[in-house]
Design a binder for this molecule. Structure first.
Ligand SMILES: C[S@@+](CC[C@H](N)C(=O)[O-])C[C@H]1O[C@@H](n2cnc3c(N)ncnc32)[C@H](O)[C@@H]1O
Length: 260
């Protein structure tokens, strides 16, 4: 079994549906879970939020409320992309020397990626999940959870490794990057992937990161390509290895990052 298939299997064990490659499978599941009328109402409300909200993620989570099953059905539409990115993060980790005592995930949902990192390192690391949505049901009770906006995290975490997959909008990464800068140990690493669509968004991301003392480890970072079969186009996501131990003196373009 390839690493990606292993990750997908684990995601199924944790209640996600990584096989929602087409919209019709997602609709079918929603309808069987909620009933036709409620499913259609929910889909209409999600459409309204997507077309009008400043923060669709927050508003959709608010709409779903405390139903952790429903939360996982809805997030399953993007979970394969997260799995591909996580797989690429593991390949990057294969190439660096790190034995983290503390690992944190910013926007870690139900803790699936922290749990898989714990299994990857086999070091019994302390796992700290930061996510403002308290309605996720955790994959492992041993994960320490901080249900907070990134901007309000005050705990001293001293993480050797932080990961974040789609933890914030790419156009407004500041609160996440500030939180990462505050909780990262000296010489620690941040592995982050956001939906950075173009060089201008990438430039402002880098300016914020550099102002917080970060630098991108360009030769280890990657771009992951994923064929979105419902939208029928190839999406590309940068997976960035960032350190607080290197000074970055130039702004990179997306094409400077190797394709995975
Ligand atoms: C798109 S989901 C990604 C979840 C997970 N990383 C994955 O890839 O499966 C983003 C997560 O970040 C959390 N989140 C978004 N903005 C946040 C903020 N400002 N502070 C804390 N958590 C936030 C959401 O609650 C959600 O669980």
């Amino acid at each position: 079994m390839s690493d990606l298939e292993h990750i997908k299997k684990k995601l199924r064990d944790y209640g996600f549906y990584p096989d929602f490659s087409t919209k019709s499978k997602y609709f079918t599941k929603l309808k069987s879970y909620l009933g036709l009328k409620q499913a259609n109402e929910l889909l209409d409300n999600i459409d309204i939020i997507i077309s009008s909200s400043e923060d669709p993620e927050h508003d959709i989570a608010h709409l779903v409320g405390q139903d952790s099953q429903l939360l996982k059905i809805i997030y399953s539409t993007g979970i394969v992309t997260s799995a591909c990115i996580f797989n690429s993060m593991l390949e990057i980790l294969d190439s660096i020397d790190i034995e983290p005592k503390v690992i944190s995930d910013l926007g870690g949902a139900n803790g699936w990626s922290l749990q898989l990192l714990d299994e990857y390192f086999e070091l019994n690391s302390k796992l700290v999940l930061i996510d403002y949505n308290p309605n996720w049901d955790l994959v492992n009770e041993n994960i320490t959870v901080i249900n907070s906006e990134y901007a309000h995290v005050t705990e001293k975490i001293n993480a050797d490794l932080i990961i974040s997959i789609f933890g914030i909008k790419a156009s407004e990464p500041e609160s996440l990057l500030k939180c990462a800068a505050n909780i990262l140990a000296n010489n620690g690493y941040l592995l982050i992937s956001l939906r950075i669509p173009d060089d201008s968004t990438f430039k402002s991301f880098q300016e914020t990161a550099i102002s917080l003392g970060f630098g991108i480890v360009l030769e280890k970072s990657k771009r992951v390509q994923y064929f979105n079969s419902s939208a029928m186009f190839i999406e590309t996501f940068p997976v960035l290895l960032i350190s607080n131990n290197i000074k970055q003196s130039e702004i990179f373009r997306l094409k400077d990052i190797q394709i995975d």
